[in-house]
Every structure is written in C-alpha cells, then in structure tokens.
Design a protein around this ligand. Sequence first.
Ligand code: GDP
Length: 198
Amino acid sequence: LFAGPIGFLKSAPGLEHLPSPDVPEVTFAGRSNVGKSSLLNALAGRNALARTSNTPGRTQELNFFDVGDPLVFRLVDMPGYGFAKAPKDMVRKWRFLVNDYLRGRVVLKRALVLIDSRHGTKDVDREIMTMLDKAAVSYRLVLTKADKIKASDLATVTTATIAEARKHVAAHPDILVTSSETGLGIPELRAAVLEAIG
Ligand code: GDP
C-alpha cells in the first residue's frame, strides 16, 4: 500500500472542512519540530508528502493524505503543538480542533504520538495523551530521531517512554523507536498503521 499512490487530499482548518468519513484514518500527533513531516515522508517512501512545517500558522490545520488507488485509508497530519511562543488564542484553537476531531471521528482507528528521543515525554505530550485517553482513541508512542542520541541514552529514554505509556489507558504498552534519517523502525511503523486499519 505504501508503495502505491499517496496523495495530499486537503487541509481542514475546522471540522466543517473534514473529508467525508468513508475510509479508516490514522493520525500523527507531536510537538512542533518532533520530526512528524519527516516521518510521514519516510513512511510513504517519498520526499514531498508532508511539507516540513515550522511556521505556527501552517500547522493549525488537519492535513489529509489519501493512501491507495482505489482509496484504502487516510493519513491525518495533526497540527503540531508546544510552540514556545504560541499565543493563548492559538493554543485554544488547537485544543478545540483536535478535541473535536478526536471525539467525533468515527473512522479514526489509531493515533501515533511522536516524542523526540532527545527530549522524552513532556507535559504537552501528556496533555494530548490524556485527550486521547478521554476520547477512547487507541494510540502508540513513537520515539523519533533515534539516530541523534547515544545507544545508552536511547535505552534510557525507551524505558522511560514505556513507563509513560503504561500510565495511560488508551496507550499501547509497546512503543516504536524510529529514525527518518536511517530508516530505523519505519517498516514497524508501516506495519502498525496497516494493523490499525484492519
Ligand atoms: P515537524 O515540525 O514535526 O514536521 O518536524 P520536521 O520533520 O520538519 O523535522 C524537524 C527537524 O528535525 C528538521 O530539521 C529535520 O531534518 C530534522 N529531523 C527530522 N527527523 C529526523 C531524524 O530522524 N533524524 C535526524 N537526525 N533529524 C531529523
């Protein structure tokens, strides 16, 4: 499936813009700069799928990508969170959009919550995890940029992240360790997405 056509469908700045819910969806969430665009591109095996998006404005939208021809499922790129200088108004908007999407989307099968290996789980990550718990959306934690740290540090952050996952009811107890740079964990991530759509 990932070898076949994958195309950008649309951006939804609000719930009224969501595509009709006719195929399963898997969504990707994470702090800005966590490596979400790079991981989506690595997953899809192409370079220009998700724009690397470091500007706060751009990321206040849900981005939908169609996978398969005929269409089989959609990847949904959630707006990044945790900008140091995000205005309160923007944070509020993000919370409404994401919460509404998570709670109301019947075709949403799973979320992948990305965590930077160098930083580990932060309070903003715990916030989205709690939102997912409350919305009863099952999810997996995915460590990104594993190539950036020493093996011993990676082992430490992996253990800590598994412990974090176990504190959350809707989190899968196993995490994924990835690098878009080296391709580490990308086959496992693809398998996790395909397993989620059933
Ligand atoms: P986003 O804001 O979450 O979409 O993050 P991006 O995908 O734009 O990545 C943010 C920065 O981290 C960019 O400079 C990427 O080149 C870099 N980056 C992303 N993934 C990796 C990775 O696996 N390894 C390394 N070394 N750098 C990465």
